[in-house]
Ligand binder design. Structure first.
Ligand code: PLP
Length: 369
């Protein structure tokens, strides 16, 4: 296969992989039932708990982020269970689809795309329906570039009503603060190809005591994602099934790098680059989808396609003429916005390159500032 020229990959995952992590991933295969793997998984699990800010159990699964989210559902719920799934974007919608596919009785709560999920509306819905067992939310809605107020939602879901709280943190964990224990989240799932700066193929999931309690009676079908099996195997330094060893090497290196930098600094770096991106877009005369900066994501920015601009031509020219790869929209917003990913290994220079290229390309595709 011909080698692909490195690009300024500004999609919200997969994200570019630093050279030392690439190097770590070239380590030779080892016996995943042997002592070297045992040492590696125990250390990585403990380090991941620091990133999740949790003392809960935590598992590394060989699957993309969706696997972790599916694990949160099938390990806690039974067909027919009443759940609230709040959505304000394509990934919120997917969480709804997933829990419906497993037979839950879903009360879907739709919020405006580009705005936050409203904790008060969830309080009202929980007041109206005491039979609800769990609430599902997305922390960072990648399709719109909104970070939802999980802390406020948790105060309602856990603090006032004591329901199970399942959180999709695929595009936020390790980039935007989500202190799992302080915010009392029962299950939180994320993935390797975002803030962790490694390829797709691993996902991580934390499990609270309450989630384990729910697991005892949960009847949704599960096998690959049965976390009792994952727990039993982890005690012996193994995974039930063959793990993605190369990604595990990368993860080990990435966790050393992240923890050495310090999570507060990592969060601060993402906040700075997020604001830098939003400011840069506004300086070009572009309009952000998220009008309230308080909810603007520090991992991905969604920009409205200006009137008269051909979004496909814009993304095409950025890629072919400037080597900058941006993302389009998703779901019902697929052609209304374009998105800039700024998570994981990203420097200000990478974003400056994006803005410089946009300045050239936008007028070529119909933009009148
Ligand atoms: N949830 C969110 C918020 C995401 O951003 C993504 C992927 O981008 C997913 C879920 C799905 O993750 P994966 O494609 O790794 O299965």
């Amino acid at each position: 296969m011909q080698r692909i020229t490195p690009q300024n990959l500004r999609t919200p995952g997969p994200t570019p992989i630093p050279d030392d992590i690439v190097e770590a991933m070239t380590n030779p295969m080892i016996n995943h039932r042997g002592p070297e793997f045992g040492e590696m998984i125990h250390k990585a699990t403990e380090q991941l708990k620091q990133v999740f800010m949790t003392k809960n159990d935590l598992f590394i699964l060989t699957a993309s982020g969706t696997g972790a989210l599916e694990a949160s559902i099938v390990n806690t719920l039974s067909p027919g269970d009443r759940v609230i799934a709040a959505t304000a974007g394509a990934f919120g919608d997917r969480f709804v689809d997933m829990v419906e596919a497993y037979g839950a009785d879903v009360k879907r709560m739709d919020f405006e795309w580009g705005g936050p999920i409203d904790a008060d509306a969830i309080r009202k819905a929980l007041n109206d329906d005491p039979s609800v067992k769990a609430v599902l939310v997305t922390h960072n809605e990648t399709s719109t570039g909104v970070t939802h107020p999980v802390e406020d939602i948790s105060k309602v879901v856990k603090g006032e009503f004591g329901k199970l709280f399942l959180v999709d943190a695929v595009s936020s964990l390790g980039c935007i603060p989500l202190p799992v224990d302080a915010w009392n989240c029962d299950m939180v799932g994320t993935a390797s190809q975002k803030g962790f700066m490694i390829p797709p193929g691993l996902s991580f999931i934390s499990v609270s005591e309450e989630a384990w309690e729910a697991q005892k009676t949960a009847k949704m079908p599960r096998f690959y994602f049965d976390l009792t099996m994952a727990k039993r195997y982890l005690e012996t330094g193994q995974t039930p099934f063959t793990p993605n060893l190369s990604a595990m090497y990368g993860l080990s290196r990435a966790l050393d790098v992240l923890l050495e930098e310090g999570m507060e600094n990592v969060f601060g770096r993402h906040a700075t680059i997020g604001q830098f991106t939003r400011d840069g877009a506004k300086e070009l005369g572009l309009e952000l989808l998220v009008s309230d900066n308080a909810y603007a994501s520090n991992t991905v920015t969604a920009i409205k396609v200006p009137e008269g601009v051909d979004q496909k031509a814009l993304l095409g020219k950025m890629r072919t003429e400037h080597n900058v790869v941006l993302a389009g929209g998703q779901g019902r917003m697929s052609s209304d916005i374009f998105r800039i990913g700024h998570l994981g290994a990203v420097a200000k220079e990478d974003i400056t390159e994006v803005m410089d290229a946009l300045k050239v390309v936008l007028p070529e595709v119909g933009f009148k500032a």
